[in-house]
Design a binder for this molecule. Sequence first.
Ligand SMILES: Nc1ncnc2c1ncn2[C@@H]1O[C@H](COP(=O)(O)OP(=O)(O)OP(=O)(O)O)[C@@H](O)[C@H]1O
Length: 536
Amino acid sequence: MLMPNDVPMLENVATMRRSGKRESRENNDALERNETTRENNERVLRTALENQKMVGSKPNSKIIIFMKRSVLQHLCDILDTDNTWETIAPYMSGIAMRDVEACKRYGNYNQSPSMLLLRIWCSKGFTVVHLYQLFAKTKLIRLMRVMKSEVDKKYHYLEEKVLNPARRLRPIVPPAGTQQTASRLKKIDSKDMTSTPTQSITTSSTNDPLRVAIEGTLPVTYQELSEATNGFSVNNVIGKGGYGTVYKGEIRATGGMVAVKRIFAGNDNSTQQGSKAEKERLRQSLTELRTLARFRHDNILPIYAYSLEGPEPCLVYQFMANGSLEDRLLCRKGTTPLTWVQRKEISIGAARGIHFLHSFAKTPLIHGDVKTANILLDKHMEPKLGDFGLCRDGQAEVEATEKRPLIASHIKGTLAYLAPEFITSKILTTKLDVYSYGIVLLEIASGQRAYSESRETRGLVEFCQLNKELARRQKIPLREILVDRKAPAPANEIEEQYLDSLIEIGLAGVCVDRKLRPTMAQVVECLCKNTTPTIA
Ligand SMILES: Nc1ncnc2c1ncn2[C@@H]1O[C@H](COP(=O)(O)OP(=O)(O)OP(=O)(O)O)[C@@H](O)[C@H]1O
């Protein structure tokens, strides 16, 4: 779920900076219009559109508010749920922060904020086709389907394109006089993938894959991020990873929270090794930026903005109020232990995120660093998979027809979560993520860490297998030995079943033979049904 305010704030800061006073006056006008009644809005709109001779022209220029009432209502119902409309607002040319704020206020009065948003967009001359293209761009297939009947058949191919993103979508052509989102983007040369962070961003061809990938993600200045994080103050640090430090940031204009990952800038450029490490850091952050901009899903951490022009590259994410799953399992900062229902829901959400990566495109995307520290929890405890610096296109595990697996060039990821075939032979398939996810499930069930120096059996897989044998000998359920004692004891049979399925699916996921591991699709199904995957 989108944290209120965040994207629009960045949008606003960037938009105001670029467009100056004239647009600010236009925004003021728009705000006043937003606050008039529905009837007034429609009258203003009709007049404006009639003036533009848009009403009654070509069928594809049908205006949004003249869609069939039931279709428009259905769209708004979906967009209002969990404030989904806030996730599309940044992609809507001409929608400024003031408009978003007005929509939020409208929502506070029990009105549909999505309806107002669509009205405002409509007032800027955007049509039903633009809306359909917008849903395609933001990969909201369900919404595309709801309004399909309102759009000329010649645009229906877009749905197929979203499902098969190998082919590029045509850009949304905005109405004359409207600023296009893409044109606001800084152009980034793909060669910058290997340049140093201090190099400025240069102009490149429109076919640049990075530029295409980050279309819709907003550039912000380093200065803005520095202000948001009190000059990257140590008091704002919320975590540290191998490639950078994560800061909590507040965009002062509206008080919205973001998480800013500042990638370490090497100070050792003089040595060959130092500059190699720096290039690797930059490569990873660009991989992350590209991946997150391409894949949007409820269980994938959304990226809001980026800054590549300052002394260190920065990525700006949705702020996840409940930190990482690792933090919550270890009850860091005195937090209460997760309940079994929460553990189950988190497991399912995280599995859905990984399954999405594996199945969304023709070539599956392997995360490569699935671990509890990379599963972040929002204020509703909804899990989102983060840290895409290692993401790479890979090969799906197939059975009889299996092709030669892709071989990774060098070992990456966190050792305790890495599958044996990757450590020994660098074999990279989707089953690498299944293995890591299996470890995550075992951690959720047992509260034990993936690797612990203080445990006699240091690796979690070995620890669980040993206890499985013990439970078999003692003729007791494995859960009785493995259960996380920090958590409240399972309250009933259903909770015991949750726990059993977490353990069983976890153990199936960490099978040494990767072909015997379930697929993520099977994992999601089994977790939802509380069953165990049948291993071939
Ligand atoms: N969007 C966010 N909201 C809140 N906290 C976050 C967010 N992103 C990261 N964090 C916190 O910052 C920590 C570090 O995150 P980061 O992605 O840099 O590193 P990591 O995944 O722990 O390690 P590595 O990058 O080396 O694999 C996380 O473990 C988490 O506690």
